[in-house]
Design a protein around this ligand. Structure first.
Ligand SMILES: Cc1cc2nc3c(=O)[nH]c(=O)nc-3n(C[C@H](O)[C@H](O)[C@H](O)COP(=O)(O)OP(=O)(O)OC[C@H]3O[C@@H](n4cnc5c(N)ncnc54)[C@H](O)[C@@H]3O)c2cc1C
Length: 459
């Protein structure tokens, strides 16, 4: 069923789109209206039936401007889509309207040592491939790097492979500049540089359509992959933390999994042991001997080294939220948490919660750099019983000083910082005065009062 905004102006809207690819084919529209929110049993019933009315595929800036002008003229909601790998329903259109799929705007415009400029639909893996030809790579990658787009990573993601070296996308310097299209009667293209980029960074596409980005690159090492197993969980966790703190040992991924999580990694079974905990690492292969010494110190056992085995297992695709994906492939009743433990070399809180919850909350940690310190982020795998129990567990962690990034909400501020970011809300007032962009996702838009906030149709 076409939403009321489009129903009255369908013919005019379509004539405005002349020459631009679009579809209303129900299966395609259904597919392109969804993402990975099904990881959450709380979000599944809320978002499963949401559909756009039409999906539009612009090829370039001029086409984006034409689509946007028509949407503003008829007050049609616009939800931008990259590859749709977000896991909180970020690109699900709550009010129907247009899904603006930017997959065709994928040109990597310019690349040089330390720097790349690209269109938002460029795949992260493509950028990395090109960068590797000159000895560089993206600083940060989500574990979905093969499919995710650059625009989607900036607007919907936060960090991942590389976060132990470079921190988070929100850290100053990890996102350099963007061109953003506004949703005004006469849409403009704004250029954001320096701190201005934070206005659209991780804003779920609620306050501007990013049509070009500049990103820093990192020098690339001859990376090797390794799997290390441990009979004691805390030895695995402390090994990971120590590796993160070892300034001379360069690693870009340190991913720790309490048993039985390793049993969910079907393709890695030849390298995993029953009842053993596993640490997956990507490290500078020149550091193989020092790494082996560290493994011995913590009484671990190396079961796979890509440089010795002469093959790669793409271990990144078993880490971050791919761990949840593999766990749910075995048992769809499993769900997850997202959290950050305070920096503590002894990992006392990790131990406490490992012992307290046992297999109800299975510990999965990613060692990261946060505000200059090495600390573990938890993407715990949870045996779901009820929403109340899930909230109780999150509350318990929070009461012990563990930061929760709730993955069971589609509202921007409720998932991450838990505070309204006036910078992002004010920017939305300027660039999206009618509140057409991804409506229903930004709490600040309806809570910041009469001076410009909109009305939340879901309250
Ligand atoms: C298995 C799995 C593993 C994951 N691992 C990680 C991880 O390691 N790290 C991490 O940070 N995330 C992770 N994610 C989440 C997600 O994959 C990433 O954030 C990814 O980068 C999103 O890219 P995308 O192109 O799929 O964006 P989409 O899902 O299409 O979009 C994400 C958000 O950005 C908005 N958006 C997209 N393009 C634009 C644009 N050009 N302008 C404005 N807004 C835009 C959308 O409206 C939406 O709100 C994971 C998800 C899954 C399912």
């Amino acid at each position: 069923m076409i939403s009321r905004q489009l129903e009255n102006h369908w013919d005019e809207f379509l004539s405005a789109l002349e020459g631009i690819e679009w579809t209303t084919q129900p299966n395609q529209v259904a597919k392109l209206s969804q993402d990975y929110f099904h990881f959450s049993p709380v979000l599944q019933p809320l978002l499963g039936e949401k559909r756009a009315d039409v999906v539009v595929f612009p090829l370039n800036e001029a086409q984006v401007l034409r689509v946007v002008k028509a949407c503003v003229a008829y007050k049609i909601p616009v939800t931008v889509r990259g590859a749709g790998t977000g896991n909180y329903g970020q690109c699900v259109p709550l009010e129907g309207g247009v899904v603006l799929d930017l997959k065709n705007m994928k040109t990597i415009l310019e690349i040089k040592p330390g720097w790349v400029r690209a269109e938002p639909g460029a795949k992260l893996a493509q950028i990395n491939k090109l960068a590797s030809e000159i000895g560089w790579e993206l600083r940060l990658l989500p574990s979905t790097y093969r499919t995710a787009t650059l625009g989607g990573f900036i607007a919907g993601g936060s960090g991942g492979i590389g976060s132990i070296l470079y921190g988070w996308l929100g850290d100053r310097g990890n996102f350099l500049a963007a061109k953003v299209v506004t949703l005004e009667e006469e849409p403009q293209v704004l250029e954001l540089r320096g701190d201005e980029v934070q206005q659209v960074n991780h804003a779920y596409g609620t306050n501007g359509i990013i049509i070009e980005l500049e990103m820093p690159l990192a020098p690339s090492y001859p990376w090797a992959e390794g799997i290390i197993v441990f009979s004691e969980f805390m030895a695995a966790a402390r090994f990971g933390q120590q590796l993160g703190e070892s300034d001379g040992l360069i690693a870009k991924l340190i991913s720790i999994h309490a048993w039985p999580i390793p049993s969910y990694f079907t393709a890695l079974q030849p390298y995993l042991l029953d009842e053993h905990h596993a640490v997956l690492v990507i490290f500078d292969q020149n550091a193989m001997e020092p790494l082996e010494d560290l493994v011995n110190e913590f009484e671990g056992k190396i079961t796979f080294l890509s440089c010795r085995a002469n093959k790669v297992l793409n271990l990144g695709e078993f880490t971050w939220n791919h761990t949840t994906l593999h766990a749910r492939a075995t048992d769809p009743n499993l769900t997850y948490l997202q959290s950050r433990f305070p920096s503590d070399p002894k990992l006392e809180l990790v131990q406490r919660f490992y012992e307290h919850y046992g297999e109800e909350v299975m510990i999965h940690l990613e060692i990261v750099r946060y505000q200059g310190q090495v600390s573990p982020c938890g993407l715990q795998v949870v045996r779901f019983t009820t929403e109340e129990r899930l909230q109780e567990i999150m509350g318990d962690l929070q009461n012990h000083g563990i930061a929760i990034f709730n993955p069971h909400t589609y509202i921007l501020e409720d998932g991450g910082s838990r505070t309204i970011n006036p910078l992002q809300v004010n920017f939305k007032r300027k660039v999206d005065p009618y509140g057409l962009l991804n409506p229903g996702k930004m709490r600040g838009w309806w809570e910041m009062g009469e001076e410009g906030g909109g009305v939340n149709p879901y309250l």
